[in-house]
Design a protein around this ligand. Structure first.
Ligand SMILES: [Zn+2]
Length: 46
């Protein structure tokens, strides 16, 4: 049975560049703590 659930129902997490605050769910855009840029932790840094 093939795994076709990739990207479906997977909760994304975003981490703040500045303070390291982590937000689960949809992209907050900016950190709710310090207003800095958030990055998607699920995205490989390549
Ligand atoms: Zn922050």
């Amino acid at each position: 049975m093939r795994d076709v659930t990739q990207g479906v129902g997977r909760e994304a997490a975003y981490e703040c560049f500045d303070c390291g605050n982590v937000v689960d769910g949809t992209n907050p855009g900016t950190c709710p703590e310090c207003g800095s840029t958030m990055r998607n932790r699920g995205t490989p840094l390549e």
